[in-house]
Design a protein around this ligand. Sequence first.
Ligand code: GLN
Length: 301
Amino acid sequence: MIKNSIKSQISTLFQKCDILDIELIIAHVLKKDRVFIVTYPEYKLTQKEQTKITALCDKRANDYPLAYIIGNKEFYNRTFIVSENTLVPRPETELLVSNVISFVTQNNNSDTLIIDIGTGTGIIPITLSKELIQHNISSTILATDISLDALNIAKLNAKSNNVTNIKFYISDLLQNIELYEMILATSHNNIIITANLPYVDNSIKNTLLNQPESKALKYEPSIALWSKDSGLHHYKKLINHTIQLHNQLSTTKNIISFYEIDPDQSSLLTKYFDTKISKDIKLIYTKDLSKKDRTLQWTLK
Ligand code: GLN
């Protein structure tokens, strides 16, 4: 099977790269889909194409993410553009998105403002927009990022997925004044804050970058991944901003937050809320497919 295929024309690749990756790289270089690669084994690669494919497979063999090579990644059955300025979408983030969809649909709630903090590629707000529209729920959605490059990718993704109801803000968490005022002035009674902030513990960075399964992290944007304080620096800051915002809102408003976390952080977060936040808070963790805490939902009672 390998012999009569396009990829057999560059036999050295097989020592380095996964077969599926090679096919996707060839498809990317030829600007065709994978079906073409499998269906037309007689296609003769030019020298230029061979050189390009070999160089990309070499990169891939050094753990460079396939998504950066081909420029996109699937998330929730849709395609999203990615660049080195954005995190590669992870399947575990689908759990956070489906939790929000369940929450909004179960409460049958069109009276919702959704704010995604640290949006990156925009997968969370864009998927929420598409899915909620399918449930006939039209929500108002805001999305922020501290990185202008990431925000530009998110805007491209909104466009390529035909989503027009998201307003994008450059902001460090909730600190953009225009954004903050917009939230304070909202007529919606339910405010949902979603976040997949950087949460990988930067004190174990060197260890992680030396482990085969997490080596690829070195190619992803540091500001999207690493955080001080057991990885909780950014979330703790957002928790405090959210409580401050809640204090300034009228009493009819609820804020419900959904965060993606590392499973080791659930006990640390519970302790943080218990000891440092003098408010009555309801916490709900949900588990991923490996039965580990992967999202935190919290709200002020
Ligand atoms: N889930 C990612 C990882 O562990 C981290 C994502 C993040 O920091 N937001 O590789």
